[in-house]
Design a protein around this ligand. Sequence first.
Ligand code: ZN
Ligand code: ZN
Length: 256
Amino acid sequence: MYDYHVHSLYSDGEYFEPMLSAAAEAGVSAVGFADHCNLAGDARRRRERARYGRNFDLTYERRREALAALDERTDLTIFDAVEVDYEPGLESEIDDFLTTADFDYALGSVHYVDDQHVFSYDPFEGGEAARRDFVDDYYETIVSLVESELFEIAAHVDIVESHPALSGMTTCEHAEMVADAFEHSRTVPELNAGRFDDDDKPASFHPEGRVFEVLLERGVEFTLGSDAHEPGDFAERIPALRERVERFELEPVCPL
Ligand SMILES: [Zn+2]
Ligand SMILES: [Zn+2]
């Protein structure tokens, strides 16, 4: 069991050792630390990064040293990875950073569409038409992410389904356009369990529902990611991922 999507204190996760012990206890044999990284240069994102202490573009070398030291003390395989916020127009900044930093692999995520966060941290303003437009824009952004081929993995590709105001708005057309993009890209989607134990969220896995079905029909392969932010996240999410892999007879791929 390889978990390619785990956070550490280099973004919004916790210390390495407890994360690794909990992963091992859940039966994981390889952990990929993929801390958040946002490269947008506008004032709002810079303020936000400062506020949340998100500086992974500046600290990844320090984390790399820590991971190398840990590697000598554990039986687990450790990967040095990153989860980059993808935004259209940022391709050359992302490409330059990934080329320079040379991670084992990179995940690309759409966490914002324009200035709206896709998670439910902020209430969604606007009526149904506005929400449908937002979901259209979200999936168009996912398609650009996949077509950019900047990343080995596209993270939680139908994450809008976790937003109570947007859940159920993913259409067959969205699923088909996402699947078309994956069919022609080196980027693979992940099966993400980040919302598994979040009871008030409508979807447990990403993708789930339409997008998952169409990707399965097309034979698109997945990597696995718990998206664990704290040690306690592994205990339920890893067995849940394993159960899903068995039920759908998935053969998870290695992004390296
Ligand atoms: Zn994410
Ligand atoms: Zn994540």
